[in-house]
Design a protein around this ligand. Structure first.
Ligand code: ATP
Ligand code: MG
Length: 508
């Protein structure tokens, strides 16, 4: 007998999976085949990891289980019986909760309203009961937040936590987490990972999608690897290793993470930030970035990293201080920054004006026309298409052509489109907020190489990256931000991940 997926940790539940997926195929209208005969079992008490490159089919599988998409062929068996979920509500009432990759929260509503939206249950409930229930939910994930805060005021990370609370509030038997940690800080991740594990311990079947393979190692009981829509490997804890996952994910795709940083020339100061004070702090920041230099900003969540980048870009109306680029003082507006040769790839990339119906090339060229000056409105179409082709090649955007609509891309590939729309439009300074979030292992290597290339062309780069190992492999120098002020700085060669972590936390 060939045992494909041995020894579940809960032998008593191994008999009847919560959900059995049999030979699922998905062909999207338009012809993209996203899944090719995928079979797997999701069992109570088991955290099932799902890994694969950008575009491998992970979210498609999640959407099929959640009733958002329907399979082209194949069957789903819920607790042993065949099901045919036609809409998300069908899956939800069976007991499936999902945190989608781009989880929709309603910015105008409060945290509490978001958590219980469409989830009100039956009968009457008293506000104080709901608050008590909310408090218990938060405790499960070791998360503290004021339930009355309006979601629009939350960070990307906190919004993600709200989506997770919303899924947990449904008391599901199966919970699907599609990259729940992609855009949140390492400190917050522990809460999400702990929540996944504790739900499994309580008998819930959990699916966990992530490009952070160390997280998969940490919390998953078994792992399935998807490549080009096919299940290429599966293993349980005994067979689990990061190397094995990487091998399955990239297959024969070229994968060269350059460990050795190329030596490159560093020129004159191109970005000079003088006593810049953001709206949220009463301390100010001064720093300089030279041509060809890559400077990292390290700090905990709330240390002011994103606010600082936004203020440099002129997006913080209440900021005070001076930003000098290539010798010229910028007036404080994104328009002035853009025409002064500054580009900003924000953390919330999906919120940054990607237009789903538009093709890749139109998104990379025009998506930010509002902030560009009038003369940019008349597009040189041939040139823009050429640029989009270059972006597709250099960033490895998986799509049949630059004429593919952005809504047909996988999450990671859509992120690369936003990235692409900025990086070729700058000639002096590039500001990057978490540039590798949501990008697969091979894609990260491509991105890092691309960022280095841009530096080599003489652009000064300022980057926020929460993965310190990745940060140190990329930058020349790192400044530590605490409570909106620069505490100290290190040369990247002279500091270890452990030292940086200690410094950021105020322990060194
Ligand atoms: N609505 C859609 N219409 C057409 N094609 C789609 C649609 N959604 C996804 N695809 C395509 O299906 C394939 C699988 O995409 P999917 O979103 O499942 O990938 P993924 O593994 O989740 O990737 P990522 O890590 O980037 O999130 C990709 O080629 C993608 O372009
Ligand atoms: Mg996805």
């Amino acid at each position: 007998m060939v045992v494909v997926s041995p020894s579940a940790p809960h032998p008593d539940t191994a008999e009847s999976p919560t959900l059995a997926i049999r030979n699922i195929t998905k062909i999207y209208p338009g012809g993209t085949q996203a899944l090719r005969g995928v079979s797997l079992s999701l069992r109570a008490g088991v955290v099932h990891g799902l890994v694969g490159a950008n575009g491998a089919g992970k979210s498609t599988l999640i959407k099929i289980i959640a009733g958002v998409e329907r399979p082209t062929t194949g069957d789903l068996l819920w607790l042993g019986s065949s099901t045919d979920w036609r809409r998300p509500a069908d899956a939800q009432s069976a007991g499936v909760a999902v945190v989608h990759q781009q989880s929709p929260v309603v910015p105008a509503l409060s945290v509490l309203e978001n958590v219980y939206l469409g989830n009100e249950g039956t009968g009457l409930w008293r506000p104080q009961d709901r608050l008590a229930e909310f408090a218990a939910l938060c405790e499960r994930v070791a998360f503290t937040i004021d339930p009355h805060t309006i979601v629009a005021e939350l960070s990307v990370g906190d919004r993600q936590m709200v989506s997770i609370l919303r899924a947990l509030a449904q008391n599901p038997s199966l919970i699907l987490l599609d990259e729940p940690t992609a855009s949140i800080s390492p400190a917050e991740r522990a809460g999400v990972l702990g929540a996944a594990r504790s739900r499994a311990a309580a008998g819930v079947a959990v699916v966990f999608v992530s490009h952070f393979l160390n997280e998969v190692m940490q919390i998953c009981d078994e792992v399935s690897v998807l490549r080009d829509g096919q299940l290429v490997d599966e293993f349980d804890r005994d067979g689990m290793s990061v190397d094995r996952m990487v091998a399955g994910i990239v297959g024969d795709r070229l994968h060269d993470v350059e460990a050795i940083k190329p030596v490159h020339d560093i020129g004159d100061v191109v970005l000079d930030v003088r006593e810049l004070r953001t709206a949220n702090t009463d301390t100010s920041v001064s720093l300089q970035v030279r041509r060809g230099e890559i400077v990292g900003i390290a700090g905990l969540l709330g240390s002011g990293r994103t606010s600082l980048l936004r203020a440099i870009f002129g997006a913080d109306r209440r900021a005070a201080g001076e930003v000098v680029v290539d010798g010229k003082t910028l007036s404080a507006s994104p328009q002035a920054a853009v025409s002064g040769g500054v580009a900003f790839v924000p953390e919330d990339r999906m919120g940054q004006g990607l237009i789903g119906d538009w093709e890749i090339w139109r998104n990379t060229s025009l998506a930010d026309s509002r902030s560009l000056s009038r003369r940019f409105r008349f597009l040189d179409v041939a040139k823009e298409r050429l640029l989009a082709s270059r972006a597709r090649r250099e960033l490895g955007i998986v799509a049949s052509s630059i004429d593919t609509a952005v809504r047909d891309l996988s999450g990671g590939n859509a992120q690369k489109v936003v990235f692409a729309k900025w990086i070729y439009k700058t000639h002096h300074v590039l500001l990057l907020d978490e540039p590798t979030a949501g990008v697969d292992v091979a894609g990260k290597a491509d991105l890092i190489k691309l960022i280095r290339d841009l530096a080599e062309r003489g652009i000064g780069i300022l980057v926020v990256l929460s993965e310190f190992e990745e940060l140190l492999s990329l930058v020349d120098r790192v400044v530590v931000l605490r409570h909106g002020a620069i505490e100290t700085e290190f040369s990247a060669d002279a500091v270890s991940v452990a030292e940086l972590t200690a410094s950021v936390g105020g322990l060194a």
